[in-house]
Design a protein around this ligand. Structure first.
Ligand code: FES
Length: 71
């Protein structure tokens, strides 16, 4: 299913990147999702959030990021 009509980005594209441990901002930079009209941003964020909740890689990356902020 196409999430971002402006950039023709599908939910599969977003899921693939989120499962690789990328957050929304990184995916936005990489794919360009939600960088034109912005209507897809909420939906794209939901897809990323759902993947982050089920992806062990994302949790590891998030934990590392939190550790870096505490040092
Ligand atoms: S639908 Fe994604 S930026 Fe317009």
């Amino acid at each position: 299913m196409i999430i971002c009509v402006c950039r023709r980005i599908s939910d599969r594209d977003i899921v693939r990147h989120a499962r690789a441990g990328m957050g929304f901002d990184e995916i936005q930079f990489e794919l360009g999702v939600a960088t034109q009209c912005g209507r897809c941003e909420g939906c794209a964020r939901d897809v990323v959030a759902q993947c982050s909740a089920t992806s062990p890689t994302a949790h590891i990356k998030q934990a590392n990021h939190q550790l870096e902020n505490h040092i």
